[in-house]
Design a protein around this ligand. Sequence first.
Ligand SMILES: [Zn+2]
Length: 173
Amino acid sequence: MRSAASELHFPQGLSDRGLKQPQRAGFATQISKPRAKPAMAFKEIFWMACDSTEQLRAEYGPFHTRAEAETEARKLGFGYLLRYEHILGEGEEIQEVRCIFIELPGAVAAISEVIQTTLHTRCATCGESAVHDQPWQAEVWADIHEFEHSRHRVRLFEHSRGRGLKEICDWRG
Ligand SMILES: [Zn+2]
């Protein structure tokens, strides 16, 4: 017998169908059996991958395990999972829908890191500094600065939001 917390098992292949509304299938015969405690409600749980918590978000799924939804979310670059719970009544009708967003910390950090990491060069000798998007730009700046000012030494720092500045040592080889 299903326990209240057991997960919904979709028939094979359902998770490959893409962006469709969650479906309920596969255990109709099991549910229609008379039960000893008829008043007991139970839950169906399934997971979606989604790109934000906004109302106009993209959702992909459903998946019957969190791990599957998480794998798919990471493939798509989505930063969130959505856990749906259907509270079912006696006649297996849906009485209540609950959904909970779960942020994937790694995924969100990885996405924002790509956008928000900048490189900072600063001369340890005279204090002149500059900001760059690409590593080669930092190298060119340092080359020119050290060429124009003999015995000046340029240091490189990486700046990412939430983590601050981090020096990259020995970057000039
Ligand atoms: Zn300098």
